[in-house]
Write a protein that binds this ligand. Structure first.
Ligand code: 3H9
Length: 697
């Protein structure tokens, strides 16, 4: 896994561990062996560290975490490179991440290609950099910048890295560039630079620590509930308050604590689950995503506009079709305004709006979508309308184009049947706001071809979404589970809990918003309309809607929003309405404790997840986790509903569900057959294999 060769007095040590050159045990051994050779061979005057394949090392081998550490550890390897008496130059390219960057920081010099990116993303795995990154990076780029990068896990581009002193030079070819740099170092007799000895940026922070504390506070502000960000800050602070060795020891200890903790286990689960979700059992190897040179979106509403932005953000030209010129113009203006706001906030560089808008063309002419490789329908959520639209798409789109509906609840097969090419039709359920939310449910219809599924995944990835393939059923995976929670919300209101109590429990669990505040944000009329259509009642919520209380947009919903404020204020009128309605229905209200609220918010959803798995609507439990983490704000450090359920124990959950099914007399709350059988066997969701998906339940 490590190649070694000497040319012209320069030893090149190249890691060769595809696909991303992780620093697995065998690699660490190989690196030390190669370095031994380089040090002992008198003809070798300098060493170059490089990688083969598509990228410099992406860091530690995550699969080794949670297992006994095999020596040599990465620390030891880095220390040996740092103490090598001959100059060591690292040649970076692709994405140099985590332990990979820490290894490079142990070298005396670093060169990188212009499009190389580097970062310490350990925080995203619930960790902190554990091989010296929290001590060496601040010494090069300053503690303020280092804390921002380490807490966010974001990558830095080569140009910024050069300006900040993280790298020494930008080169064309990483290995050849590093060799040339090594020769230059030898020719000039440059002294070897040990990053650990660099002091100038540390001293500046010691003199003026305020900027560091501000950067740390800014970086951690929105990360409540997670242990890793605070540990990152604490470790980086030690870089300028303690000697190098003490900082290193503290970092190591913090890493060991986090890596064994529940949060990091959950986040590692999510890392692999996200990648697993892209693998569809049964898909023939030769089926590859079709190339998408241009797209079309039908409908310029909020959803259609967001989807069009996804195309433009991915650099794919897109045509947006509306039947009415005015609606089209309004839609395009909304897109432009959204870009402008991002530019004003500094989230996008100046000039982005015009560049992205140049990729978006509005039209009212169906003929204009004839060349698109993919057409995504995003019209009003009504089956007959969608069927009519698909007849038109069928008549206008070229043969071979992927045809997708953005429905969130409707039957994809019924929509596909409106065309003469149902194999080319899939659901692509984007989440609102479509240009922001990462989840993309790809709904597989009964007749959807493997090619259509593969292309839909490919488009989703190009848009930087996290695609999850799901079966066709009412609500698919996410909304179907959500419906269970919504039912409990209404019940809790009647039984004695108030919106603010329920929301407090749910946000304490780690969701960014509680269900009632969420409902107010989305608009209560949406659910009301669906309930009326289906003949379902929610006594309190229905009355609120009858009073015109649709949530934030009307200033009142489950809460009050004074003067256009977005902050929910509890409303005694809602409490009174719940009491009155409960009395009319003969429900005795009582104090409901936090534990019960949490169980009733989460366990019925877990039960629904089990049904979804039973029916083959989701391929595997971890896909359900990804849907909830990326689509509904499930806290990533709790790993998703199925991962969480396994931590609690399915036997415990089944017992509580039996209890609630009896107490509210709702059979639907009883554990489904799969959940009960796993619980009886003392097993968890993790014991389930993946399923060939059953397209229609
Ligand atoms: C660390 O370094 C700790 C140290 O501070 C201290 C140690 C003491 N390990 O994402 P892709 C797999 S923590 C194991 O599809 P891309 C991945 O599962 C680490 N496996 O490709 C997938 O496998 P499969 C800090 C890894 O081009 C395959 O490689 N580093 C690892 O879209 C391809 O991955 C990170 O957190 C790994 N480290 O993106 C970096 N990395 O084909 C995490 C990847 O079987 N990695 N795999 O599904 C990434 O962010 C992306 O993978 C990367 C490539 C940007 C590198």
């Amino acid at each position: 896994m490590v190649a070694y060769e000497v040319t012209d007095g320069i030893a090149t040590i190249a890691i060769d561990n595809p696909p991303v050159n992780t620093l697995a045990h065998a690699v660490r051994e190989g690196l030390l062996k190669a370095l031994d050779h380089a040090e002992m061979d008198e003809s070798v005057r300098a060493v170059v560290l490089s990688c083969r394949g598509r990228t410099f090392s992406a860091g530690a081998e995550i699969r080794e975490f949670g297992k006994p550490m095999q020596v040599p550890g990465l620390h030891e390897v880095i220390e040996r490179f740092e103490n090598c008496p001959k100059p060591v130059v690292a040649g970076l390219f692709g994405t140099t991440l985590g332990g990979g960057l820490e290894l490079a920081l142990g070298c005396h010099f670093r060169v990188a290609t212009a499009n190389a990116r580097m970062g310490l993303p350990e925080v995203k795995l619930g960790l902190l950099p554990g091989a010296g990154g929290t001590q060496r990076l601040p010494r090069l780029i300053g503690p303020e910048k280092a804390v921002t990068y380490i807490v966010s896990g974001k990558m830095m581009g080569a140009r910024e890295a050069l300006e900040d002193g993280l790298i020494d030079k930008i080169v064309e070819d990483p290995a050849a560039g590093a060799v040339a740099f090594a020769k230059m170092v030898l020719a000039e007799g440059r002294p070897l630079v040990m990053v650990r000895d660099r002091t100038e940026k540390i001293e500046a922070t010691v003199a003026e620590p305020f900027a560091f504390e501000k950067a740390a506070a800014d970086a951690t502000r929105r990360l409540k509930g997670m242990d890793a960000p605070a540990a990152c800050v604490d470790a980086v602070r030690r870089s300028f308050t303690q000697p190098f060795e003490a900082g290193l020891a503290a970092e190591r200890e913090a890493f060991m604590t986090l890596v064994e903790g529940e949060q990091s286990r959950a986040q590692r689960h999510v890392f692999f689950a996200e990648r697993e979700a892209q693998k569809i059992p049964g898909i023939p190897r030769d089926v590859k995503p079709a190339k998408i040179a241009s797209g079309a979106v039908i409908g310029a509403g909020t959803m259609g506009g967001g989807i069009a932005m996804n195309f433009a953000n991915a650099g794919i030209p897109v045509t947006v079709l509306e039947t009415d010129e005015d609606v089209l113009a309004r839609g395009l203006t909304r897109i432009r305004n959204t870009y402008d706001i991002s530019v004003r906030r500094g989230a996008l560089p100046e000039g982005t709006t015009d560049k992205r808008m140049a990729l978006i063309t509005g039209t009212t002419d169906w003929g204009a979508i004839g060349e698109a490789d993919i057409v995504i329908e995003a019209v009003f959520e009504e089956l007959d309308l969608k069927k009519q639209v698909f007849e038109k798409i069928d008549a206008s789109a070229k043969q071979g184009a992927l045809l997708a509906t953005n429905t969130s609840t409707l039957d994809v097969d019924a929509i596909a049947a409106a065309t003469k090419r149902p194999a080319d039709v899939v659901g692509m359920h984007f989440f609102s706001p479509a240009n922001v939310m990462k989840l993309l449910e790809i709904v597989r219809g009964e007749k959807s071809s493997y090619q259509s599924i593969a292309t839909a995944i490919g488009v989703g990835r190009a848009m930087a979404k996290v695609p999850v393939v799901v079966g066709n059923c009412d609500g698919f995976v996410g909304n179907r589970m959500l419906a269970r929670r919504t039912t409990e919300c209404e019940r809790l209101l009647l039984e004695g809990a108030l919106p603010e109590q329920v929301d407090a429990v749910v946000t304490k669990f780690g969701f960014p918003m509680g269900p009632f505040a969420m409902g107010d944000l989305a608009g209560l009329d949406v659910g009301w309309r669906i309930r009326k259509h289906r003949g379902v009642k929610a006594p309190v919520s229905d009355q609120l809607c009858e009073m015109g209380r649709f949530g934030q947009k009307t200033g009142r919903g489950y809460y009050i929003y004074e003067d256009g404020s977005r902050v929910p204020t509890p409303d005694p009128e809602v409490a009174a309405l719940a009491e009155k309605t409960a009395a009319e229905l003969g429900i005795t209200r009582r104090e409901i404790g936090e534990d019960e609220i949490l169980e009733r918010m989460v366990y019925p959803m877990i039960n629904e997840a089990a049904r979804i798995l039973e029916e083959g609507i989701a391929i595997r439990p971890s896909d359900v986790d990804i849907v909830w983490v990326y689509g509904y704000g499930w806290p990533v450090w709790r790993g998703g509903p199925c991962f969480y359920a396994d931590q609690v124990g399915l036997d415990v959950i089944a017992e509580r569900l039996d209890h609630y099914a009896a107490s509210v007399a709702d059979e639907k709350l009883s554990p489904c057959a799969l959940l009960r059988s796993l619980a009886e066997q003392g097993k968890g969701f993790a014991s389930l294999g993946q399923k060939e998906q059953v397209a229609a339940a």
